[in-house]
Ligand binder design. Sequence first.
Ligand SMILES: Nc1nc2c(c(=O)[nH]1)N[C@H]1C(S)=C(S)[C@@H](COP(=O)(O)OP(=O)(O)OC[C@H]3O[C@@H](n4cnc5c(=O)[nH]c(N)nc54)[C@H](O)[C@@H]3O)O[C@H]1N2
Ligand SMILES: Nc1nc2c(c(=O)[nH]1)N[C@H]1C(S)=C(S)[C@@H](COP(=O)(O)OP(=O)(O)OC[C@H]3O[C@@H](n4cnc5c(=O)[nH]c(N)nc54)[C@H](O)[C@@H]3O)O[C@H]1N2
Ligand code: SF4
Ligand SMILES: [Mo]
Length: 659
Amino acid sequence: MVKSVCGYCGVGCGLEYNIDTLKGNKAYPTNSGKVCQKGVSELVSMQPDTRLLKPLARNSIDEDFTQTTWMEAVKQIAKKIKQTSKEKIGFYLSGQLLTEDYYIANKLGKGFIGTSNVDTNSRLCMSSAVVAYKKTIGADFVPVRMKDIFDANLLILAGANTAEAHVVFHNHIKKAQKAGLKVVVIDPRETQSAKDADMHLAIMPGSDIDLFNLISKRLIDEKLYDKEFVDKHINNFHELKDGLTFADTDKMLKRTGLSKREFEDFFELYKNSQNIITAWTMGLNQSVQGVDKNIALINTHLLTGKIFKKGNGPFSLTGQPNAMGGREVGGLATMLAVHLGFDKQSVKKVSRFWKSDNVANKEGLPVTKMLEADLDVLIICHTDPMYHLPNRHKMQELIKKIPLVVEINAYSNSQTAPYAHIRLPASPWGEKEGCQTNLDRTMTKQEQLVDKLGQSKADWEIFQLIAQELGYKEAFDFKNVKEIFNEYKEMTKLNAHMDIYKVDYDNLRKEAFIWGEDIHNFLTPDKKGNLFFVHNQELSEQVCDKYPFILLTGRTRDQWHSGTKTNLADSLLKYKELNFCEINSDDAKSLDISNGDMIKVISKRGELKTTAVVTKTMHKNCIFIPISNKEINFLTLDIYDKESMEPDYNHSCINIIKL
Ligand SMILES: Nc1nc2c(c(=O)[nH]1)N[C@H]1C(S)=C(S)[C@@H](COP(=O)(O)OP(=O)(O)OC[C@H]3O[C@@H](n4cnc5c(=O)[nH]c(N)nc54)[C@H](O)[C@@H]3O)O[C@H]1N2
Ligand SMILES: Nc1nc2c(c(=O)[nH]1)N[C@H]1C(S)=C(S)[C@@H](COP(=O)(O)OP(=O)(O)OC[C@H]3O[C@@H](n4cnc5c(=O)[nH]c(N)nc54)[C@H](O)[C@@H]3O)O[C@H]1N2
Ligand code: SF4
Ligand SMILES: [Mo]
């Protein structure tokens, strides 16, 4: 039996592999050993007919691909990198890469080529939370663990559908509910999580800042906040208080769409709950005011002192399996490495550590800006930008202008492949090994279970080949994953709050390591938490006569994003149709649409055809299309939060026509 870990979501369930079967590992993270359908199907997803198994190349995207050798492909990439200036090179990484892959890619890009244009799809996912955590508590640090829900009295899930997106964690929540935990879901849709909750607040999309501000205002007005804690540990109380004093509460409540009764019932529960965890995911992060939404939420915890205490805290639920690990390494263009920024001292430390005089010294392009930056070389690894970026028609035109697009993928059916010049075959889950950090700082290790298929290589090996071809032989001479991890682990000593240097790599095979367990204080320079007054600026696209509905997008339980691994013919994984659109029954009636009708959904940017699912549980004037519909982003709008550069995926305006 070999112990490994699931490579899908941020829960990071342990798996046990035996000859050719997979099952949950009882020891981690549950004691029941239950995993979801995606986890047990990891082996099925490795099937060869959709795999990319050899390097392919072509001169222009109008030509067909022809097979090439690794040596030829890598030479061509290195040649182009040498010919161009470092500002014109971009690395587009992924929260699904393993820590060692991320480390090598970041070291090559920021450390040796000297470009800080090394960013990751976490930009579309967690970057609002990263910025907000840094501003309020001083570092990109998640101060809550999953098991804390068993010590909490109230769990608020804001814009998070754990029932479909963090399945095993959701099972823990249900268990905790049986022991007395109350759960409130804040989501315009009546999701499965909302159905399982004790209370559902079906707010209007985009109104979370209003709701959390209403809570903060009441806490202050009724002196329910923790004065002693605030006096001792918190900055900016008066700025927040003053801001809220002048806020129009009727207007705020109206924007949420909730009745006074609904809010009062909720607040009653809130003020009587001793231990509170507020967890959130894409409903908050993916917003033109994603950072502000996060801050409004975190404010409530700083006011009440419900942070750094068992069963309490603001809990960002990371989506991808190693998005957190990638951020630790330095996978975002806004950080250098090991949570260090681009200040002089950090650059000096990192230069010394990597023995390089070419380390990037300023922030680089976020992935949401890379395509319009006139790049010469774009290396995309373990992610599918043509599927996931908003305003897809525009993005397709932009990527066509990049002279060399390299796609590193384990599968052949991505949406980005048609725009690549070189495609390199990666070895997926089960054919490679390496570490990941899940959503609550738990580090685990994926094991190689079977031989690599075809000519595929592990992602780190591919970046190392490019580095060596560029002449960085000494700095990229790793024989195996353990050597890379040990160098990374040593590097974490450069940052005082990272205790990852304590990990014993061989021991990770047997048991998980949780970093940051000794952190119980703010990580800001003055060791105090920072409140900020934020308000809803209503910056999203506004409905109008021509586009009167708001499009919400999100997950379905058994599908993973673009579906290259999960949308398989004859798959076990199709519990829900992929191509559907939920619409409120009153809205459907007014449009003469019945359940099962074919409809066209149109935005200013594009359109798609789908099947109507008419339901009473959908928020009026909103529709929902799952992101397992690969065409979803033809509809969405490319406006971004100005600090996190995360897209406003959930608030595009659309029209519907019955076909
Ligand atoms: N409208 C809308 N758009 C969204 C979102 C939304 O909610 N709404 N969510 C956003 C979010 S949060 C995210 S995280 C993104 C996700 O978007 P993507 O990251 O584009 O989605 P995936 O389909 O998971 O892409 C992973 C790719 O890696 C490939 N792959 C699998 N294993 C390996 C491997 O071992 N190595 C390599 N090199 N490749 C491999 C897969 O075949 C697949 O093509 O989408 C974003 N886009
Ligand atoms: N099965 C499955 N699981 C996954 C993934 C997958 O592809 N498939 N992807 C993983 C990844 S990368 C991520 S990031 C996570 C995402 O995890 P979640 O964010 O929990 O998943 P979503 O389905 O995107 O849910 C977002 C919810 O926010 C709601 N929402 C939209 N706008 C607003 C708003 O303005 N306010 C509020 N309060 N709510 C709003 C939507 O209705 C939706 O229910 O899931 C991870 N887990
Ligand atoms: S809950 Fe997440 S980590 Fe656990 S088995 Fe399912 S997809 Fe894998
Ligand atoms: Mo994500």
